[in-house]
Design a protein around this ligand. Structure first.
Ligand code: TXA
Ligand code: MG
Length: 547
């Protein structure tokens, strides 16, 4: 078949795409998530061709794409109030909503299920093509079944050239992972596939939501998937792919034991890798990772078949979508190469970090108190003091004993002098922490918590595989530091203002423990600690020691 290559910027080409679709043809179109392979959703014959071309199992239903809300009403039995609320907030955009279907939806679209999934893409070319076609469009991702989803025009050409009537070029997809899929056909609503619209955002709009277990774990044998797409090996690159659950430093160390293997990593990992790695984004940017993941997987395949070790992403926010795609791409192969895990614990002053540390200690975690370690002679040893005298003046010490107050006055005067102090002290803190960690893990412990107010500033997050931050409302933090440090309100406000915003900590966290206003911080911390323990138990691979 001759495949027409159309330009998404050309009005004529859009009209032509619409006509091909109306006439029963298949057209691959760009959307803000990934490219889709579209057909008239109301024509069972053309819908069946989608399955043939993709090699898609017939029991895996398709998403119907609309440009107007009025089209949705015709496709479903009842447009529930939650659906309308979700549409008001997220349509057009990367959200797919499942409801009971009406009679006009062909069986082929729903793969025989009593429901239909609908989304209104925000990509202007997708919207223009749907309007030009004048019918709702059924469109799965425009890849051959099982392959990574296409996020660039080139990817679609590679999979579908000669197999479909046309492909519309709309440039690179902005988001890079498929839409979030939520079903409102049950109570409470359930997320079947995470995407760019996060669980947290959905909860803000419609309250209680459950997360299908298949989002983060393999289906137990014999169990059927709520979303049939979840049961297939998916997004698979041709190269063997394994996920590595480790800190950036450990990830680098592990890869140095795998000569010839390739690293699919975060920007932050590059410093720890001996051989060049392929970064798919910043460690703390789920959005960046989502945008680049599939194209990186495809690029690795272009470069050969040597094994790939990918760094396991966080499950928070958009990270959950990246996590979900990667564990499927890897066939759920996750290893923790050293059999242990360091958890960073941080947060702004007064948020209640120490109570959380205390509770974790009670639960058997080994805690390294970085403040205490910093004050110890291990960090401020003779060589360190000599360097400090050189940088800040001989008179900050008397008889070899550091006058910390004088040092503080000089070091915290300007941003530049503060940096100077940090350059001397932080590397020493890191070395001391590394020594402590080796002791702890040599003794057979599997978890260590690094309690560090300047975890990120000191680069100690590179030693951590998980990060936990504690937050509390600003007034609450102020009250606590005034009480704890016996200072005036004015002084307390100054100190809080000198700190990073709460978002600095929360945007980098795997877990956020909220310390409620007026509530007992201990209770909130205990709850969160339990959740942490549960999750860690779940995530630690049972036979990691043999890796
Ligand atoms: O972002 C997206 O959603 C992209 C673009 C092209 O819009 N489309 C996409 O479609 O990812 P597809 O077919 O690759 O994935 C659809 C997923 C599958 O896992 C399928 O099983 C599930 O949604 N799904 C569709 N309809 C369903 C239904 N009625 N009930 C349960 N799951 C459904
Ligand atoms: Mg797909």
């Amino acid at each position: 078949m001759n495949t027409l290559l159309l330009n998404g910027k050309s009005r004529e080409d859009i009209e032509l795409a619409g006509k091909i679709l109306r006439d029963g043809g298949l057209v691959a179109i760009p959307t803000e998530t990934v490219y889709g392979l579209a057909a008239n959703a109301l024509n069972p014959k053309t819908v069946r061709r989608i399955f043939e071309v993709k090699g898609r199992p017939a029991d895996n239903p398709l998403i119907v794409h609309i440009a107007e809300l009025s089209d949705w009403e015709k496709l479903v039995r009842e447009l529930k109030s939650d659906a309308i609320k979700l549409a008001e907030r997220f349509f057009p955009g990367p959200l797919t909503v499942i409801l009971e279907r009406s009679e006009i939806v062909p069986d082929a679209v729903s793969a025989g299920l009593p429901t239909v999934s609908v989304r209104m893409p925000s990509h202007p070319v997708a919207r223009a093509v749907i309007r030009a076609a004048g019918v709702p469009l059924a469109a799965p991702s425009a890849n051959l079944s099982g392959r990574p989803s296409p996020t660039k025009f080139e990817h679609v050409k590679r999979d579908l050239m000669g197999k479909v009537e046309a492909i519309v070029d709309g440039g690179d997809c902005a988001l890079g992972v498929e839409s979030t899929v939520i079903t409102l056909a049950e109570t409470p609503p359930r997320i079947l596939r995470p995407g760019a619209v996060t669980v947290e955002e959905l909860r803000e709009v419609i309250g209680e939501i459950s997360l299908d277990p298949a989002v983060t774990s393999p289906l137990p044998p014999g169990e059927s998937a709520a979303s049939p797409g979840m049961k297939y090996r998916h997004y698979s690159p041709a190269s063997p792919l394994t996920l590595v659950d480790a800190s950036p430093e450990e990830y680098g160390k592990f890869l140095s034991t795998k000569p010839g293997a390739r690293a699919l990593c975060f920007d932050e990992d590059l410093d720890f890798l001996a051989a060049p790695g392929l970064s798919f984004g910043g460690r703390y940017s789920g959005e960046e990772q989502a945008k680049n993941l599939f194209s990186c997987l495809l690029r690795l395949d272009d470069e050969g078949r040597a094994p790939v070790f990918a760094h396991l992403p966080s499950k928070r926010g958009v990270g959950l979508a990246v996590y979900n795609r990667l564990i499927r791409a890897a066939g759920f192969e996750i290893i923790n190469p050293f059999g242990h895990m360091v958890i960073g614990l941080t947060g702004s002053s007064g948020a209640g970090k120490s109570s959380v540390a205390e509770i974790l200690r009670e639960r058997g975690f080994h805690i390294i108190d970085c403040d205490r370690l910093t004050r110890s002679g291990e960090v401020y040893d003779e060589a360190c003091i000599r360097e400090l005298l050189g940088a800040f003046g001989e008179d900050i010490a008397e008889d070899g004993i550091l006058n910390r107050r004088k040092l503080a006055v000089r070091a915290f005067g300007t941003a530049e002098s503060k940096k100077k102090l940090e350059n001397i002290v932080f590397p020493r803190i890191l070395s001391a922490v590394r020594r402590k960690l080796s002791e702890i893990f040599l003794s057979g412990e599997r978890f260590a918590v690094l309690d560090a107010p300047t975890l990120f500033e000191a680069g100690a997050d590179n030693l951590c595989a998980r990060i936990l931050t504690v937050t509390a409302p600003a007034e609450e933090r102020l009250r606590r530091i005034i009480e704890r440090d016996k200072i005036s309100k004015e002084e307390g406000i100054l100190r809080l203002n000198a700190q990073e915003d709460e978002s600095f900590y929360t945007s980098r966290a795997d877990f956020v423990i909220e310390n409620p206003d007026g509530g007992s911080p201990k209770e909130a911390a205990a709850l969160a600690a339990d959740a942490l323990v549960r999750e860690l138990n779940m995530e630690i691979h049972p036979n990691l020691d043999q890796v």
